[in-house]
Design a protein around this ligand. Structure first.
Ligand code: ADP
Length: 699
């Protein structure tokens, strides 16, 4: 601002000093023009005013009015002093008109004090160049008023016109620097600016010299054509810039859609809308107010004035222009404060002394969610095109805002869902831990109880056995029978306890096998010997057939005996009187074995009640007994087969069963010859023998 102030003071002082110094010369010029003096001065004022008011945009950075042309044309007629005064008065007046938004050229007045200083600076901008040109003109012998249109006079006026243009650029140099332009940029802009003026020099020369030759009518005619030419040039420039703007707006509109839909937080989104809007709509103030239905308020989420972000504000619905837009669901365009009064809409009084106001509703699914408004210090700054453009932007913004909200909701939901999954996982983990603890205490309980039970049971079994032997002759028959019952029940209970203990050990993963080398023939024979009495009682015959190729095996002999006892006692138990139970044993080389190891295969076949197909899989489950089995034989625990399967699997072997009700069953064992080899080189099972599903089950 100080640059403009200094420029203005310098120009004013220079003009005052020269006016005082050369008042006689001024009087002489006016005298020489005689009656024509007021006409020539009037034409000059009209011509200069027209050109000054018709300022237009030349490039994106340069605004020109061809007003220097008028000053160049008139300084040879009126002399430097008069021309300078008229020039300054006209330019100051037209600028004030612009500030007051009167006439074609409107000036943005965001800071009135600065605008007045800038206007005062015009004393320098035009006063100094005119005086410089006329001083040069006179010192080179130029005639004032120019009455003789000779080539020499023309050359001189042209030369001094050029001097005026250059002085004008020099005076403006400091202001341009203060504006922040680099020297090279100033030179570039000045070259464009000056070249326009240089082109008008011949026209100014002709206008100046035509007075002497033809009279003031010619000057009027030339001034008129100059005004018209300027008017046409201005309109062409405006049309060009409008069409450029339209293309840019179209491109921006598509761009806006893309840009704003990528923003996820509301603030980011609003800022993006502002940035994109600013590119296509020339405004000094911009605001986005969102409707808060619950509180009946408008919340100004973004309020920008002259590129400064203002603090967020809230305003009750009902007052002001934004509320009008919300209420009427339609855009509102005001060209000036007078429009406001005329339409009877009252704006909320604030510090923004703007003239033009354009607000459009943001519509999302046919309800208003907010208002986008732009304002300008200029009157009638916005057009119908701007209304359409802002409406299109507002609609896209509304959709983007809705999406942002949906995204936020979705984020919330996802978070809630994640939280629930996390909670449930934690609950499951806790339950799991509780179950593990319960399982541990169950196993512990079983171990303790069985120990506690086994000690007295062993006494009961032992003493009852002794008493049976001792009292065989002396005790009455009934008492003897009781003792035998006690002995049997005790044994049964002991078996049950042992089985349960074994199972709980297996479940806890604590069952360990002790593999020893032994002869399977002997083991089978031993089991058969024990079973023989029981079989004889049941009138069942046991046949054993062992292939001589069966080698020595390395297994847990104790567990193997348990397996064989279980299978044989079941076979005998479920056989009819006179039935046959066959035990066969043979060797399978690894190539023929489903275990892919050297294997012994043991089959226990009976001709008993058999097992229905749908129960084949279940007999290996703890405590399971077939209905038929329970009905015919009763008793038993349902633990034998479950233990058997577990022992077989601990040996890395497998067990299969084939059966037909009323015809009999065959239980087949595959056991590795060497448990250690199976345990240290576990192999995937080869594809097992395929059984009819109706009759077979394998584990
Ligand atoms: P338990 O023999 O003590 O009942 P197991 O686990 O040894 O228990 O057998 C489970 C069930 O499988 C038996 O109750 C019986 O129903 C059935 N089962 C086992 N072996 C045979 C067999 N050889 N013939 C018919 N049914 C059998």
């Amino acid at each position: 601002m100080s640059v403009f102030l200094a420029q203005g003071i310098a120009g004013l002082l220079l003009m005052l000093w020269l006016t005082w110094l050369r008042q006689d010369q001024v009087a002489a010029i006016v005298h020489q023009l005689g009656d024509n003096a007021p006409i020539v001065i009037g034409v000059f004022i009209a011509f200069a005013t027209t050109l000054a008011l018709l300022k237009f945009e030349l490039t994106e950075m340069i605004y020109v009015s061809l007003v220097l042309t008028a000053f160049m044309a008139f300084f040879p007629l009126l002399g430097g002093i008069l021309t300078a005064w008229v020039a300054v008065v006209v330019s100051v007046t037209t600028r004030i008109l612009g500030m007051k938004q009167i006439g074609w050229t409107k000036i943005t007045v965001s800071d009135p004090r600065a605008e007045w200083i800038r206007t005062f600076g015009l004393f320098g901008t035009y006063g100094i160049p005119v005086i410089a040109a006329s001083t040069l003109y006179e010192s080179l012998g130029g005639e004032v008023p120019a009455m003789h249109p000779t080539p020499g006079a023309a050359m001189l006026i042209a030369l001094c016109g050029a001097a005026m243009i250059l002085t004008n650029q020099l005076v403006m140099f400091r202001a341009a620097r203060a504006w922040g332009y680099s020297v090279s940029k100033i030179v570039k802009l000045d070259t464009i600016d000056s070249s326009i003026y240089f082109l008008t020099i011949p026209y100014a020369v002709v206008t100046a010299l035509s007075y002497g030759a033809i009279g003031w009518g010619a000057v009027v005619a030339l001034a008129f054509t100059g005004g018209v030419a300027n008017f046409i040039a201005r309109n062409l420039a405006i049309t060009r810039s409008r069409s450029r703007q339209q293309v840019q707006r179209l491109a921006s509109l598509t761009q806006i859609g893309k840009t704003i839909s990528l923003r996820f937080t509301t603030d980011e989104l609003l800022l993006a809308i502002y940035t994109e809007c600013k590119k296509v709509i020339d405004c000094s103030l911009f605001s986005i107010a969102l409707l808060d239905d619950e509180r009946g308020e408008l919340s100004f989420e973004l309020d920008i004035r002259d590129d400064h972000v203002l603090p967020k504000e809230r305003m009750p619905l009902g007052e002001g222009l934004n509320s009008w837009v919300v209420k009427h669901h339609q855009p509102l365009l005001l060209g000036s404060t007078a429009d406001e009064h005329r339409m009877g809409i009252r704006s909320v009084p604030d510090t923004k002394a703007t003239e033009s106001w354009l607000g459009v509703p943001m519509m999302a699914r046919d309800h208003v969610i907010g208002v986008i408004a732009v304002e300008s210090y200029k009157k009638h700054a916005f057009t119908a095109d701007d209304v359409l453009l802002l409406t299109a932007i507002a609609n896209q913004a509304a959709v983007a805002l809705e999406n942002a909200h949906l995204y936020k909701d979705l984020e919330g939901l996802t978070y809630a869902l994640e939280q629930r999954v996390l909670d449930r996982t934690n609950e499951l983990r806790e339950t799991n831990l509780r179950l593990l603890a319960a399982d541990r205490s169950k196993n512990q309980f079983l171990a303790n109880m069985s120990h506690e039970l086994r000690t007295p049971l062993n006494s009961i079994i032992g003493f009852s056995s002794v008493l049976i032997e001792a009292g065989r002759s002396s005790l009455p028959q009934r008492m003897h029978k009781f003792l035998e019952n006690i002995h049997t029940a005790g044994n049964h209970l002991l078996e049950l306890i042992n089985d349960i203990l074994d199972l709980s050990k297996i479940e806890a993963g604590k069952m360990e096998l002790r593999a020893d080398e032994f002869d399977l023939r002997e083991t089978i024979a031993a089991v058969e010997r024990v079973m023989r009495g029981f079989a004889a009682e049941a009138k069942v015959q046991i046949l054993v057939n062992i292939d001589p190729k069966v080698p020595q095996v390395r297994l847990d002999e104790g567990r193997l005996k348990q397996i064989l006892f279980n299978l044989l006692s079941n076979a005998v138990k479920f056989s009819p009187h006179g039935g046959l139970v066959a035990v066969s044993c043979r060797f399978l080389p690894r190539s023929d074995s489903p275990l892919a190891l050297d294997t012994v295969r043991v089959d226990v076949t009976d001709q008993g009640i058999g097992i229905p197909a749908d129960e084949l899989q279940r007999i290996f489950v703890e405590f399971y007994q077939t209905e038929e089995g329970r009905r015919i034989r009763g008793g038993g625990t349902g633990l034998g087969l479950s233990l058997t399967r577990n022992f077989v699997e601990l040996h890395h072997g497998r067990i299969e069963v084939k059966s037909k009700p009323s015809e009999g069953s065959t239980f087949t064992l595959y056991l590795p010859v060497d448990y250690d080899e199976a345990a240290y080189n576990p192999r995937p099972y080869a594809e097992p023998h395929i059984h009819d599903h109706q009759t077979g089950f394998r584990s």
